[in-house]
Design a binder for this molecule. Structure first.
Ligand code: ADE
Length: 248
């Protein structure tokens, strides 16, 4: 998978050199390119923002550097073809980023990320990307809170997506039993020692009775989901694919 990220803070993306993502890059599973938006400005101050039409607080990212940066990214198709990246723009006004969306993005051959700062990017850039560059644009939110920019969101999204790319995680089985894969949260887990600071591992996990362990884990998942994320169990939950018959 190819990944392009455009940001005014390219150094913010340096964790993409580390850990599983760094290893996947070394192994040739991920081809990551980070671009500095200011390289696409033409004035002495490398200006990327300006005041909003209609008034209001804060600054808006100018369309011109974004258009040239995205044109540059789209022209990177190798070999040059009509192939286009799917553009993901993180922002608090986007659709929720879910495990289902991570799966969808993991199936794409090429993702591009546009990291907005300030109040966001001039709306015409989205139209330009769709209409002139022919790319599919998704605005995606990590949650109902506001970050200073898209960079931290890109790190989270790339991590969630990359680990679903075949070969990136050694033990693919570990992906199956995770929180959010089937609408329920994970069961509690324990390792050695059996007794630690006066606390014991639940007896059933030491029993060797696989059916009883599976039953206990399922009950724990239901109880935990009900306590922490009752919205996942509710049939009207938005954007969640919960099997209500088994989850309630
Ligand atoms: N940029 C600013 N806030 C954000 C959020 N909640 N999710 C994704 N990107 C953001």
């Amino acid at each position: 998978m190819r990944i392009d990220v455009v940001s005014i803070f390219p150094d913010y993306l340096s964790p993409l050199d580390l850990s599983l993502i760094g290893k996947a890059r070394q192994d040739g599973l991920l081809d990551v390119h980070v671009h500095d938006l200011r390289d696409f400005t033409h004035d002495r101050h490398r200006t990327v923002d300006d005041t909003p039409y209609g008034g209001g607080a804060g600054m808006v990212m100018k369309p011109q550097p974004w258009a040239e940066a995205l044109e540059h990214v789209a022209a990177q198709a190798d070999p040059p073809t009509t192939k286009r990246p799917r553009l993901v723009v993180p922002g608090p006004g986007g659709a929720p980023f879910t495990q289902a969306l991570a799966r969808e993005l993991a199936a794409e051959p090429w993702l591009a990320f546009a990291c907005g700062r300030y109040e966001g990017i001039d709306e015409r850039v989205y139209e330009f990307a769709r209409e002139d560059l022919g790319v599919d644009v998704s605005v995606v939110s990590l949650g109902d809170y506001v970050l200073n920019g898209g960079e931290v969101a890109v790190l989270a999204i790339v991590e969630a997506v990359a680990r679903l790319v075949p070969g990136v995680i050694g033990n693919a089985e570990s992906l199956v039993e995770e929180s959010h894969e089937d609408g329920l949260l994970e069961y509690p887990i324990y390792t050695k020692p059996r007794e630690w600071r006066g606390r014991s591992v639940p007896e059933v996990l030491l029993s060797g009775n696989h059916a009883a362990i599976a039953q206990w884990r399922h009950e724990q998942r239901l109880a935990r989901t009900a306590a922490r994320r009752p919205d996942l169990l509710h049939p009207s939950s938005v954007g969640q694919d919960v099997d209500v018959a088994t989850a309630v």
